[in-house]
Design a binder for this molecule. Structure first.
Ligand code: M3L
Ligand code: AKG
Ligand code: FE2
Length: 353
């Protein structure tokens, strides 16, 4: 491990530099001389001591340094996950959580969140088929993210909005709200009614597909993670007038450990590509094709028929959803959740997120 002197001065945990009650830095980093060097350094079994030119002493537990070093972080994943195709997911026999235990017990909630974090999807069973109960569920783990579609939404194939979600058409796999600068973190679906045929939901682990791309064509993975593009939502239907634009690459990775944390994939909503120079465009399309081929492999598709009482939570930064075309009357309700607040709940329950 290598540490920079300014870093070592900046992270001093002494009472005058750091408020351990609020976990906030008191030290004004801008007051640290960028050429600072310790006057003396001393090491015992467990601790490293620095005395700075002004006499201030900083002590570091060696364990703390190991845990907080760049080298230590580089080897760690931020969020452990189990990547899946249909077979892996089905064999895992991930249990659904019951409505009552989800709402009333810490274990129920924790089991649910653990599965959700590992697989990017999770189900709650025996939910009364109403919008109010669905809202209660959502509020147990997060804040509802209000969007142009409302807070809780409730939709049928009535074409009330300028989007094909509001029809009976099939929808190919995609993530939602790619046209937001921060796409919605979680999507909640509860089918309240369906009198007709078809309408099954398709789920595909985008991270599993991306991992295949990384294995087979690392330079294509890199391109998809480097090239920013726009997604766009333009609506002029009735009273609804919206124009949303979100910019970012298809694959979003942390630069220090290359861990994938978000996929932005919606071929319907992808805008004109005008952020990519001529000599990159063709390579980008090739990489996009490779990813699409992985995403479309039948063995990566997990199909479910949503039923009243069974609520599905989808990690919209990871798992793509789609649907089969349908006939008859179908009513879906749900909402989006803010990702920070789901992770907050998970961490408070002791989960790594
Ligand atoms: C109906 N509901 C509110 C869930 C979403 C509608 C959003 C659909 C849009 N094409 C997208 O993928 O973002
Ligand atoms: O109707 C469905 O099952 C899902 C439609 C969809 O993709 C959406 O609402 O985001
Ligand atoms: Fe969608």
């Amino acid at each position: 491990m290598r540490f920079n002197y300014v870093w070592l001065r900046d992270h001093c945990r002494s009472a005058s530099c750091y408020n351990s009650k609020t976990h906030q830095r008191s030290l004004d980093t801008a007051s640290v001389d960028l050429c600072i060097q310790p006057k003396t350094i001393r090491l015992d079994e467990t601790t490293l001591f620095f005395t700075w030119p002004d006499g201030h002493v900083t002590r570091y537990d060696l364990d703390w340094l190991v845990k907080n070093s760049y080298e230590g972080q580089k080897q760690k994943v931020i969020q452990p996950r189990i990547l899946w195709n249909a077979e892996i997911y089905q064999q895992a026999q991930v249990p659904s959580v019951d409505f009552q235990s989800f709402l009333e017990t810490k274990e129920g909630l924790k089991n649910f969140l653990q599965n959700f974090l590992l697989y990017g999807i999770a189900f709650v069973e025996n939910v009364p088929p109403t919008q109010e109960h669905t809202e209660k569920l959502a509020e147990r783990i997060s804040l509802i993210r209000e969007t142009i579609y409302g807070r809780m939404w409730y939709f049928t194939s009535d074409f009330s909005r300028g989007d094909t979600a509001y029809t009976k058409l099939a929808l190919d796999r995609h993530t939602d709200t790619t046209y937001f600068q921060e796409p919605c973190g979680i999507q909640v679906f509860h089918c309240l009614k369906h009198e007709g045929t078809g309408g099954r939901t398709l789920l595909v682990d985008g991270f599993y597909a991306a991992e295949q791309v990384l294995q087979k064509a690392p330079e294509e993975f890199e391109l998809l993670s480097n090239v920013p593009l726009k997604h766009e939502y333009i609506e002029n239907v009735g009273e609804c007038h919206n124009h949303m634009i979100g910019v970012g690459p298809v694959l979003n990775i942390y630069p220090w450990n290359k861990e994938l944390y978000m996929i932005r994939y919606n071929n319907y909503d992808r805008a004109v590509i005008n952020t990519v120079p001529y000599d990159v465009v063709h390579r980008w399309y090739t990489a996009h094709r490779t990813l699409t081929i992985e995403l479309r492999k039948p063995e990566n598709e997990f199909w479910v028929k949503l039923k009243p009482g069974r609520v599905l939570f989808i990690d919209n930064w990871r798992v793509l959803h789609g649907r089969e075309s349908f006939t008859g009357y179908r009513q879906l309700c749900g909402c989006y959740l803010t990702r920070d607040d789901v992770l907050n709940t998970a961490r408070l329950l002791g989960l790594q997120a």
